[in-house]
Design a protein around this ligand. Structure first.
Ligand SMILES: [Zn+2]
Length: 102
């Protein structure tokens, strides 16, 4: 679970989902109001979660389409959603991928 760097405030599952699904890159701590940012490493991990959700759709190509595809899609989606907050790491500083400074 993401933890606020200032006072070690722990965020709840629901708060994490709510904050990370918005377009705003800043994740304001609900306890102290400090702005926090998701780390680049954590963003990569979350991006890797998307193909997991879409895995049942891939299975659809090999097996007969049917209700089981929809069920597995829902199961994978819930699984990914419950794992999601554990992959979110936050930092006080906003990170940028710097292509020029090498
Ligand atoms: Zn805080």
């Amino acid at each position: 679970m993401p933890t606020c760097e200032n006072y070690n405030h722990k965020r709840g599952w629901k708060q994490t989902i709510k904050k990370t699904t918005t377009l705003d890159p800043a994740l304001t701590c609900p306890y102290c109001g400090e702005k926090q940012y998701q780390t680049q490493k954590s963003k990569t991990k979350c991006a890797l979660l998307t193909p997991v959700i879409l895995l049942p759709l891939l299975l659809n190509l090999f097996f007969e389409p049917g209700i089981h595809v929809l069920i597995s899609l829902a199961v994978f989606f819930l699984l990914a959603m419950s794992l999601f907050p554990f992959l979110v790491e936050i930092s006080n500083k906003e990170e940028y991928i710097n292509f020029f400074d090498r």
